[in-house]
Design a protein around this ligand. Structure first.
Ligand SMILES: Nc1ncnc2c1ncn2[C@@H]1O[C@H](COP(=O)(O)OP(=O)(O)OP(=O)(O)O)[C@@H](O)[C@H]1O
Ligand SMILES: [Mg+2]
Length: 594
């Protein structure tokens, strides 16, 4: 491990420790202590076992080392009892610790999930969802591994080795045994660690390939419909196969290297074992040792080898777990771009006025999208934003909602800068019907009720009626319990839009942003909804974004946006009289209708 990696491992350990030693939860802490006691108990008894066994053998062989105790049968029974106790303590330890571990996984997963939701729009647009959920999954698994193996196996193993060394020295009074065991372990550990270093790189590559293939699969399946439209099944399959081929290669290298590691370990361990046993056999032949001593050495060697075999795997997996957890902690440390200021106040909306003052904004610094935007909307007024595609209309809505911060100027609601209030209160005050409504893969009822926590059934139905979707829902065999499919794909575009409108009406916010909210509807339905919106708009500030000028002609103020600038502004009559961009677009759309 390099120095930076050790530092990172230390950092990870520090991050994890509060989960294992939970502050303020005495019950869980008590469990940790009891589990550790059970662990120590099992270790002590495990050391006792071979001593009892050796005494029993010597009893049989007739040397009178332990005549004064129970005799061979009694010692064997005691040995059996010790074995049972060892296992009993081990299981007790696991049972006690299980709750601590499970609680830690849950809390960590929750914290990460929470954090990901807090991250900015910019982060989410650039990041692939399939990859994110994989990182959480692997990170939590990594923690599980670390807990199970590092805390309860590898750490105690070192203590056990020291004990065993002491007992062997005490019984045999010969430093050569200790030397062979010590050297074997040293070489073994060196070999294991260096091969593992190399394997970690292979594993990392394998992980990357795995994430990549997974992302491609998720992206492709999400775009199922598009794939069909373009006859691209073969192309997609090829792309996926290419990603999988990369994984295959990396996985193969990983398993070959594992075979190499395992075999090398077996050779080293066997050399050490045979060396010690030859020494012991010679000792018995020369009459320096009893048969019981031989059995004792053998039993201890086996006792050491089993966890040693395991230490290779553990080291590998710990390295892996640390890598996985680091990825998760990096995610946890990813700063949210948009955060509440210290002492941010709760937004208080009294008259719902919205003010954009000289707002400048670009998603990327090199490409400004909005220039000097000035908007002033008062309570009960409807403002409309029209203009060509890509002119920045939806961006205005996103800025008001504070998905992004402006690069210049300010946005105020009732005189409060959106950057000075809590996001929670800001989001509460604004209802958005987005350009593309995406629904949860659940029932229609769930999706509408999402607009307002604890919405009652009559409220949901009223909202559906206002959004002109109630009759449609009732015509479905399952009514409000109908499932909408992934992202709402079982509904038509217009139906989805109306569900989106219903849930926003249910939210009942003082400020409404309708981004092409009725674009997918036929004129008649649109007209009906328009009335509901008109009704809902009473006493609110409304921003309507639309391509269809007929839907916004009664707005109090219409802004014509072009290339991120407001080029015309006024009510319908004024704009028609100006005979500018609006009026020519109006004439064009009028003539299309006839
Ligand atoms: N996340 C983003 N990162 C970078 N550029 C973006 C991002 N979102 C939008 N843009 C760019 O910003 C410009 C304005 O986008 P916006 O969505 O506001 O347009 P619009 O006026 O709503 O268009 P439409 O009528 O087609 O919905 C577009 O040119 C778009 O390419
Ligand atoms: Mg848009």
């Amino acid at each position: 491990m390099q120095k930076t990696e050790i530092q990172a491992a230390w950092k990870t350990t520090k991050r994890v420790s509060p989960f294992i030693w939970p502050v303020g939860d005495t019950k869980l802490r008590a469990r940790v202590v009891l589990a550790l006691l059970a662990l120590i108990g099992s270790k002590i008894i495990a050391i006792l076992g071979p001593i009892l066994q050796a005494w029993a053998v010597d009893d049989l062989a007739g040397s009178n080392i332990s005549d004064f105790i129970l005799g061979a049968v009694g010692l064997t029974v005691a040995y059996g009892f010790a074995r049972i106790m060892t296992s009993g303590f081990q299981q007790l330890r696991d049972v006690l610790f299980a709750k601590v571990a499970q609680r830690a996984f849950r809390r960590l997963a929750l914290q990460t999930f929470h954090h990901i939701h807090k991250l900015s729009m910019r982060f989410h647009i650039n990041r692939k969802t399939g990859g994110l959920s994989r990182i959480i999954e692997r990170g939590v698994k990594g923690l599980e591994f670390l807990l199970r193996h590092l805390v309860f196996s590898t750490g105690p193993l070192v203590i056990e080795l020291v004990f065993i060394g002491a007992v062997i020295f005490w019984k045999l009074q010969d430093w050569r045994y200790i030397a062979i065991i010590f050297i074997t372990i040293l070489v073994y550990v060196w070999f294991t660690f260096s091969v593992t270093e190399w394997r970690v790189k292979l594993r990392r590559k394998m992980n990357e390939e795995d994430t990549d293939a997974n992302q491609k699969a998720v992206d492709s399946l999400l775009n199922f419909e598009t794939v069909k439209y373009f006859n691209a099944e073969e192309r997609e399959a090829l792309r996926y196969d290419k990603a999988m081929a990369g994984y295959e290669e990396a996985a193969l290298k990983t398993s070959y290297s594992l075979a190499f590691l395992n075999f090398g370990q077996a050779i080293l361990v066997t050399l050490g074992l045979v060396g010690v046993m030859i020494l012991a056999a010679l000792g018995v032949q020369l009459g320096e040792l009893t048969v019981g001593d031989f059995v004792l050495v053998n039993a201890y060697m086996i006792q050491i080898i089993i966890p040693l075999n395991y230490i290779g795997t553990v080291y590998r997996e710990i390295r892996q777990a640390l890598v996985d957890m680091r990825q998760m902690f990096e995610l946890l440390e990813e700063p949210s771009e948009i955060i509440d200021k210290d002492g941010a106040k709760v937004l208080s909306v009294s008259d719902g006025s919205i003010l954009f003052r000289d707002v400048r904004f670009g998603y990327e610094p090199e490409r400004p999208i909005l220039h000097e935007i000035n908007i002033d909307v008062k309570l009960g007024k409807k403002i409309a934003i029209v203009g060509p595609s890509g002119s920045g209309k939806s961006t205005i809505g996103r800025l008001l909602f504070r998905f992004y911060d402006v690069n210049g100027g300010a946005i105020c609601i009732d005189g409060q800068d959106v950057r000075d209030v809590t996001q929670k209160s800001l989001h509460q005050a604004i209802g958005v019907v987005p350009q593309d409504t995406v629904l949860f893969n659940d029932t229609i009822f769930y999706n509408i009720a999402y607009g307002y926590e604890n919405a009652s059934q009559p409220e949901v139905i009223q909202a559906a009626k206002d959004a002109q979707i109630h009759d449609f829902i009732m015509s479905l065999p399952e009514g409000y319990d109908s499932l909408v499919g992934e992202r709402g794909l079982k509904l038509s575009g217009g139906e989805k839009q109306r569900v989106g409108i219903a849930r926003t009406l249910l939210k009942n916010p003082p400020i409404l942003i309708l981004d092409e909210a009725t674009s997918a509807l036929d004129s008649e339905t649109e007209h009906e909804i328009q009335e509901a919106i008109e009704h809902a708009a009473d006493g609110r500030a409304v921003i309507m974004i639309s391509h269809r000028l007929s839907t916004v002609s009664n707005a109090d103020q219409i802004l014509f946006l072009e290339n991120g600038r407001i080029v015309e502004m006024g009510n319908h009559e004024q704009l028609i009289r100006t005979k500018g961009r609006y009026s020519s677009l109006w004439s064009l759309q009028k003539s299309e209708q006839v």
